[in-house]
Design a protein around this ligand. Structure first.
Ligand SMILES: *[C@@H]1O[C@H](CO)[C@@H](O)[C@H](O)[C@H]1NC(C)=O
Ligand SMILES: *[C@@H]1O[C@H](CO)[C@@H](O)[C@H](O)[C@H]1NC(C)=O
Length: 316
């Protein structure tokens, strides 16, 4: 077992693009630029999100950046000019309030998760605590602008990831700590089954690993130490009460005891894990992205990217 130390996090020499509340940033050679903003100012607080937008899912496809914004929809963004084109703003005539992630197949067809229809992105703790199942996995074909609901009734639909062969698409069902699989090819085409369940912690996004599997990390980790979510899991009345009494801004500050980043193989088995046991240095981990032997982590709470060099790991 290896420990993830704060010293291994850095903010410089990262060439990648990430989304923050303010817009989409481009970090190159240690310089941070705003590449694009999708909505209208003012921006910067959760109150502004409805108009400013809140980009949540990013994917590169054929040289363009595709962005899912929780409220505004799906955009195609030029990484050279930052010019953004809106591709999808409504699903069956309804404006979304909590689109979350996306993946794109080799034909350009886009798979999008809609976390929940009852609450907005900025209220994300409420569907978590309440356990409402109104999330969806949606397929959008930009060639004819058709949308199709592949799975409905999901409990907090989150990360979306196609398999390497594009024979199925995975969607993280956060509240149940499991990943569902929608078959796109073969004799199970159109069917849904469970890819993996009982994951350690509540996963957020899912991204491919160079080993042919998938990276996940804890958005709401379990112990060691006291975990608010473990405590609340068997107590629905207290959960409902909390959503009435406390603001989201307060609930999200509850400290995470530890953070785990882990890799699943192609069959969904955990093959390795890395831990940050330093009481909230990473805060909450929302995404792990592997690039050239380095893991980059994103967080909805921490205003930085984690960088973790896998090539410096010794086999134990
Ligand atoms: C859109 O195109 C896809 C394939 O290109 C097709 O399967 C689908 O039926 C089309 N949808 C509509 C509404 O025409
Ligand atoms: C799809 O929608 C976009 C934006 O609303 C529009 O510009 C485009 O012409 C539409 N494409 C088709 C094939 O209807």
């Amino acid at each position: 077992m290896r420990f993830w130390d704060l010293n291994q996090l850095c903010f410089t020499k990262v060439t990648c693009t990430l989304a923050l509340a303010m817009g989409i940033l481009d970090i190159k050679d240690g310089k941070i630029n705003v590449l694009a903003t999708l909505g209208k100012p003012p921006c910067g607080s959760t109150k502004d999100e409805l108009n400013c937008g809140r980009p949540l899912g990013l994917r590169m496809h054929e040289g363009s950046l595709y962005v899912v914004d929780a409220y505004l929809g799906l955009f195609k963004v030029s990484v050279e000019t930052g010019k953004a084109r809106l591709l999808l703003s409504q699903i069956a005539g309804v404006k979304p309030t909590f689109l979350n992630d996306l993946d794109i197949d080799s034909n350009g067809v886009i798979y999008i998760s809609d976390s929940c229809r009852k609450w907005q992105r900025r209220e994300f703790m409420y569907p978590c605590l309440e356990g409402t199942g109104s999330g969806r996995l949606i397929r959008f074909d930009p060639h004819n602008n058709s949308t199709e609901v592949l799975i409905d009734g999901l409990h907090f639909a989150n990360g979306v990831q196609l398999s390497p062969d594009e024979d199925f698409v995975l969607v993280v069902e956060g509240i149940f700590a499991r990943i569902l699989r929608y078959h796109l090819k073969g004799h199970k085409k159109g069917q849904v089954d469970t890819f993996v369940e009982n994951l350690p912690g509540v996963p957020d996004n899912i991204r491919p690993s160079s080993g042919g599997g998938y990276w996940l990390c804890d958005a709401v980790p379990h112990g060691p130490g006291f975990s608010l979510f473990d405590f609340l899991a068997p107590r629905p009345l207290i959960r409902r009460l909390l959503t009435q009494l406390f603001s989201l801004d307060l609930l999200v500050k509850f400290p995470a005891p530890s953070i785990m980043v882990y890799e699943l193989n192609a069959q969904g088995e955990i093959v390795r894990s890395f831990w940050d046991l330093h009481q909230g240095h990473l805060g909450i981990c929302s995404e792990v992205n592997e690039h050239d032997g380095v893991l980059y982590t994103g967080s909805i709470r921490s205003p930085f990217i984690g960088r973790f060099d896998l090539t410096k790991m010794k086999k134990t």
